[in-house]
Design a protein around this ligand. Structure first.
Ligand code: URA
Length: 234
């Protein structure tokens, strides 16, 4: 049994807050009986009608997007900027799982499956994410070994599960580093390198758990296969 407003929201009909308003306004019927109490619980066999529309369960959708720069990782932006959801052709109410910064590119997942999104966002669900960072200086070996052992960022230790210097440009004085971490604090990669005295000039997420960008170009996306979704749920 689940709360009526939650069931309405997860059908994709409207948000939970709006669903609550509709219930209070007498616009919701369960098994042909008007329901106005927010405490009402329903089961999967109950027939729910909202504003004269019978709810059917929203088909779950899962997308893997290669996010371009200059796009917001949320379903809506109060400043009207383009969001990752705008890049996907669907009429379902999908949203991104986790976040990438406005100027970060690369792999981001989107879905309307709240259960999976919640699961993956939980810290106990240690998902490895690999980023390629372009640094504004040559990454010294000293700092490489320091970071490999783990450094304290804003009071908490971060230990990369993988760390590799991919290239150095001695003329421009920049380096490209590949770093894999399991934690999900906001701006964590930029903070890691800032702690060591570097600025991240470019950042791209190359992989998320077993998923990689493959051949997807910037702005392109694909649906996840059932097998991939099952694997994420494991
Ligand atoms: N770490 C960052 O600093 N930015 C991102 O977008 C993702 C991880």
């Amino acid at each position: 049994m689940e709360r009526l407003q939650k069931v309405i929201a997860s059908s994709g009909y409207t948000s939970r807050r709006k669903a609550e308003e509709l219930i209070k306004a007498g616009k919701v019927y369960v098994n042909n009986q008007q329901v106005t109490s927010l405490g009402t619980k329903v089961s999967s066999t109950d027939d729910i009608m909202v504003e004269n529309v019978h709810l059917t369960k929203a088909k779950k959708e899962y997308y893997l997007l290669n996010k371009p720069r200059g796009v917001i990782s949320s379903a809506k932006d109060e400043k009207g900027r383009k969001t990752v959801v705008d890049l996907i052709e669907t009429s379902s109410r999908i949203y991104p799982i986790g976040r990438l910064d406005y100027d970060t590119t690369g792999l981001i997942l989107l879905t309307n499956d709240g259960a999976l999104a919640q699961r993956l966002a939980h810290p106990s669900y240690k998902i490895a994410k690999t980023y390629i960072a372009k640094l504004n200086k040559i990454f010294s070996l000293d700092d490489f070994y320091k970071l490999k052992k783990g450094i304290i960022v804003e009071g908490r230790k971060v230990i990369p599960t993988k760390l590799k210097i991919k290239s150095k440009d001695n003329q421009k004085g920049t380096s490209i580093v590949s770093i894999t971490i399991v934690e999900g604090r906001n701006h964590i990669i930029k903070k890691i390198f800032q702690t060591l005295g570097y600025d991240v000039q470019k950042l791209k997420r190359e992989s998320y758990d077993f998923l990689t960008l493959g051949n997807l170009k910037s702005g392109e996306y694909r649906s996840l296969s059932l097998k991939e979704v099952k694997k994420l749920y494991r």
